[in-house]
Design a binder for this molecule. Structure first.
Ligand code: FDA
Length: 396
C-alpha cells in the first residue's frame, strides 16, 4: 500500500485534472486514478475537436441545479477570464465563435496538454501530481480518517478523496454512474440523473417532420418557460440543433416544446404581407424566412392554400399564432447514449459550496459533472468543471 498522498482524485477528466493541478501547486501530493487508457478523453472530443473551453459570459444563471445558488461561490472565485488567462499563458490561440463561446483555434488536445503541464508544474511549488491511467476501482473504504482505494493494481490511501468521475452521458466512452454509487455508499443523496443537451424524438403525426431531416432554421425554442434563440435541426429521429439541445435540459417526458418559427416578425406581419402583396401565398412568404422544405410542410399542416388576398385576416392571424407557438410533444429523447451532459447528480445539499467537501464525510469532495450542477450548451459545463475543481483543489 502506498500512503504518501495528501489526496486521491478519482477521474482524470476536466474537473479532476484542474483539481489536481491546483492542489499540487498548493504543495499537495495528489494521485489521480483514471480508468481509461488516457486522461481527458471528453475534452479531446469536445467542441467538435476544438474544445469550447469556456463561455465568457458564464454566470450562475446559466446552470440548472436543485439549488440555483450553489454554483455562485465557485464560479465567482474562478471565472472564465481566469481560465482564459491560463490558456493564453500557454500560448494557445483561441477565438469566440458565437454567444460568448470560446474555442481553441487549433485542437482540444492543447487543453489536455495544458492541464497536464499545470499538473507537472506542481513540483515547482513543493507539490506533486501523479496520474495513473488504466486503474479500475474495485472498492473505496474509509477508516480512521483515511480513504483507501483498491484497484486491480493495488491499494492507495490518503486523508482526502475527490470524486471527479463525471456523469453517465456517452456510456460508449466508458461513462458510468460510478460517482453516484460512491456518493450513496457514503450516505450522500443523489438527485435523479437525466440526460441533458440531448436530441429529442418525435412520434405520432409529428413523424412527418422526419421527412425534412437535415433541414435547420433559426427559431426560439421553449420548454417549461426556458427559451433559447438558436438554430433547430430536424433529424431522422426528431429534433436537434443548439436550440433543442438547450431546451432538452429543461424538458421532462410528456412536456410540450414550443417553437417560434418566425421569431423576428412582429405581430400582424402576415396581414401586412397580404396588404403589401395580395397575390403572395403563405408558402411564398414563409420561404423568404425559412428553408423551402420546412415552409412547405408548415403550410401543409396549417392547411391555408391560395393567395393571401383571398384569405381572411382572422385566418392569417391564426396562422401567425400557430407559426409562433408551434407545439411539438416529443415522445422521448435519444438518452444518455447521445446526451452531452447529465442533469442531476450528487445533491448540492450534501456539499459545501466553498470547498465542495461533503458535509457528512470530512475529507470527501465531489466536483464537475458528478454534482447536481449542469450548464447550458456553449462552454458552461467546462467552466463549472474548472471552477469546482479549483474550489476543491484549494481546500484540500
Ligand atoms: P469527465 O467526464 O470529463 O471526466 C470524468 C473522468 O473520470 C473520465 O476520464 C472517466 O474516464 C473517469 N472515470 C469514470 N469512472 C471512473 C472510475 N470508476 N474510476 C476511475 N476513473 C473513472 N462542455 C463544454 O463546456 N464545452 C464543450 O465543447 C463540450 N463538448 C462536449 C462534447 C461531447 C461529445 C460531450 C459528451 C460533452 C461535451 N461537453 C462540453 C461536456 C463536458 O465534456 C463535461 O461537462 C465535462 O467533461 C465534465 O467534466 P468532468 O471532469 O466532471 O467529467
Amino acid at each position: 500500500m502506498n500512503d504518501n498522498f495528501d489526496t486521491i482524485i478519482l477521474g482524470a477528466g476536466a474537473a479532476g485534472l484542474m483539481c489536481a493541478a491546483r492542489a499540487g501547486q498548493k504543495g499537495a501530493r495528489a494521485l489521480v486514478l483514471e480508468k481509461s487508457e488516457k486522461p481527458g478523453k471528453k475534452i479531446l472530443i469536445s467542441g467538435g475537436g476544438r474544445c469550447n473551453f469556456t463561455n465568457i459570459g458564464a454566470g450562475p444563471n446559466n446552470y440548472l441545479s436543485s439549488n440555483p445558488h450553489f454554483a455562485k461561490s465557485a464560479l465567482a472565485r474562478y471565472t472564465p477570464r481566469d481560465f482564459l488567462d491560463l490558456v493564453e499563458s500557454h500560448g494557445i490561440a483561441w477565438h469566440e465563435k458565437t454567444l460568448g463561446q470560446l474555442f481553441c483555434d487549433g485542437s482540444a488536445k492543447q487543453i489536455v496538454e495544458m492541464l497536464l503541464s499545470e499538473c507537472a508544474r506542481s513540483n515547482e511549488f513543493g507539490g506533486d501530481v501523479e496520474i495513473r491511467c488504466g486503474e479500475e476501482i474495485a472498492s473505496v473504504v474509509h477508516s480512521n480518517g483515511t480513504y483507501t482505494v483498491t484497484t486491480q493494481n493495488g491499494a492507495y490511501s490518503a486523508p482526502a478523496l475527490v470524486i471527479a468521475t463525471g456523469g453517465p452521458s456517452i456510456p460508449k466512452m466508458g461513462a458510468t454512474g460510478f460517482a453516484y454509487e460512491l456518493a450513496r455508499q457514503f450516505g450522500m443523496k443523489v438527485v435523479e440523473p437525466r440526460p441533458a443537451l440531448v436530441p429529442l424524438t418525435l412520434g405520432g403525426e409529428e413523424v412527418l417532420f422526419r421527412e425534412i431531416s437535415g433541414v435547420s432554421a433559426p427559431v426560439v425554442a421553449t420548454a417549461n418557460k426556458s427559451s433559447f434563440a438558436e438554430a433547430a435541426l430536424f433529424t431522422h429521429k426528431g429534433l436537434s440543433g443548439p436550440a433543442i439541445l438547450q431546451v432538452s435540459s429543461y424538458w421532462r417526458p410528456g412536456d410540450p416544446i414550443t417553437i417560434d418559427f418566425m421569431p423576428d416578425r412582429t405581430e400582424g406581419w402576415l396581414v401586412e404581407a397580404k396588404q403589401a402583396n395580395p397575390r403572395a401565398t403563405l408558402k411564398s412568404v414563409l420561404r423568404e424566412a425559412l428553408p423551402d422544405r420546412l415552409a412547405e410542410i408548415l403550410v401543409d399542416k396549417i392547411g391555408l392554400q391560395g393567395e393571401l388576398g383571398n384569405l381572411s385576416d382572422k385566418a392569417l392571424r391564426s396562422a401567425e399564432t400557430r407559426l409562433s407557438r408551434w407545439t411539438f410533444t416529443p415522445n422521448g429523447s435519444e438518452g444518455f447514449a447521445k446526451a452531452e451532459v447529465t442533469v442531476g447528480g450528487i445533491s448540492t445539499a450534501e456539499l459545501s459550496s466553498k470547498t465542495m467537501e461533503s458535509r457528512k464525510n470530512p475529507g470527501l469532495y465531489a466536483i464537475g459533472e458528478a454534482v447536481d450542477v449542469t450548464g447550458w450548451l456553449g462552454g458552461y459545463n467546462f467552466q463549472w468543471a474548472w471552477a469546482s475543481g479549483v474550489a476543491a483543489g484549494e481546500a484540500i
